[in-house]
Write a protein that binds this ligand. Structure first.
Ligand SMILES: Cc1ncc(COP(=O)(O)O)c(C=O)c1O
Length: 362
């Protein structure tokens, strides 16, 4: 027996994570480049100080005030009349999705997604002892419904995980696809999880899956405060779904999983939602300019509804990534071979990116 007595399937596995390097321009993990304002920081500090005076007690296990705040926010962004009973939250949408697989996956069950997609999905499945099947997309990363139909019929997944907008491609799903996959999943009593981590960045006319919730009882829509809300450091993700789905998650969550400090931070931040989200339009405009600039230079660029852009094709993408890093610009080497992903930063950061790319690839 090798030491330590690790699960067989975990042996030799590298922990997930993009390099955290101290460089001037960090465009590699799709963060929001704008920090919270001084007023927001002060409000969060006051709320956290109040919470600190009660830290001898466990926090509200049902995070009631936070659920109310999240439900109210969702009702302003695509979700009509969402109630606190339809909302669940955890430490990042990463934890929300792990809990979904702990509750609705498990031994003998299968989760399905369609590559290229978010690389954490197979890890949630592995950690929740759930079978994992990855289908594919069309060459332009659009969704291949016929292929999905066949795959779902074959594997009868209990959970289908689909990000919209997708990471790393940035492409969003039309309602027709979400509705069709939801019905396919329902044929085998499966859930469809639409991961909307980047939904607030979607382009004009791109809908949110929240609009479909009233009609689809097996639909789950996850969101996060890490991206548009500029609160990645707080670790707060959430979902909207039928109340019985939220109720089931109470069975698998660890006791008091959301600390009093996290709850106080998120509730205070939600009071500043318009201001925290105030840079979304600037970032969307910067994204559209980046897409146009890359295309003008002859690169292939995936349509993006998110705060990042996937571009290529490079014979040696690692050399391009390294060349940018040597010039102080950190992007992400991810996606299919030959492609690179850049997160949208401030105008100054994007100028640094363009200058560096110009030097590296001409
Ligand atoms: C598609 C997608 N979903 C979920 C997440 C997880 O975000 P968080 O755990 O910070 O909410 C990410 C993070 O980059 C992501 O790209």
């Amino acid at each position: 027996m090798t030491w330590p007595p690790l699960r067989e399937e975990l042996r030799g596995v590298e922990p997930y994570g993009a390099p955290q390097l101290d460089v001037p321009v960090q465009l590699n993990v799709n963060e929001n480049p704008y920090p919270p304002s001084a007023r927001c920081v002060a409000d969060i500090a006051t709320a956290v100080a109040e919470a600190a005076s009660t830290l001898n007690r466990y926090p509200d296990r049902e995070f009631t005030e936070l659920r109310e705040g999240l439900a109210a926010y969702l009702s302003t962004d695509g979700g009509r009349g969402i109630t606190p009973e339809q909302v669940w939250a955890a430490n990042g949408s990463n934890e929300v999705m792990l809990q979904l697989l702990q509750a609705f996956g498990g031994p003998g069950r299968t989760a399905v997604s369609f590559a290229p997609t978010y690389s954490m999905y197979p890890e949630y499945a592995r950690d929740a002892m759930t079978g994992w099947v990855a289908g594919r997309r069309h060459e332009d990363f659009s969704f291949d419904l016929d292929h999905a139909k066949a795959l779902i019929a074959e594997h009868r997944p209990s959970v289908v995980l689909l990000p919209s907008p997708n990471n790393p491609t940035g492409t969003a799903l039309p309602h027709e696809v979400i509705g069709a996959v939801c019905e396919l999943a329902a044929e085998h009593d499966g859930l469809l999880v639409i991961d909307e981590a980047y939904a607030e960045f979607r382009r004009e006319g791109t809908p949110s899956a929240l609009e479909l919730l009233p009609r689809m009882r097996n639909l789950v829509v996850t969101r996060t405060m890490s991206k548009a809300f500029a609160l990645a450091g707080a670790r707060l993700g959430y979902l909207a779904a039928a109340p019985e789905i939220c109720d089931a998650l109470r069975v698998v969550r660890l006791p008091y999983h959301l600390s009093a400090v996290t709850q106080a931070t998120a509730v205070a931040a939600l009071r500043h939602a318009p201001e925290l989200l105030g840079n979304v339009d600037t970032l969307r405009a910067e994204r559209d300019r980046t897409v146009a600039w890359l295309r003008e230079r002859g690169h292939r660029v995936a349509d993006s509804d998110a705060n990042f852009v996937l571009f290529g094709l490079f014979e040696d993408r690692h050399a391009v990534w390294q060349g940018l890093l040597d010039r102080g610009v950190l992007i992400r080497e991810t996606g299919p071979d030959g492609w690179l992903r850049v997160s949208i930063g401030t105008a100054e950061e994007m100028t640094a990116f363009k200058d560096a790319l110009g030097e590296v690839v001409g």
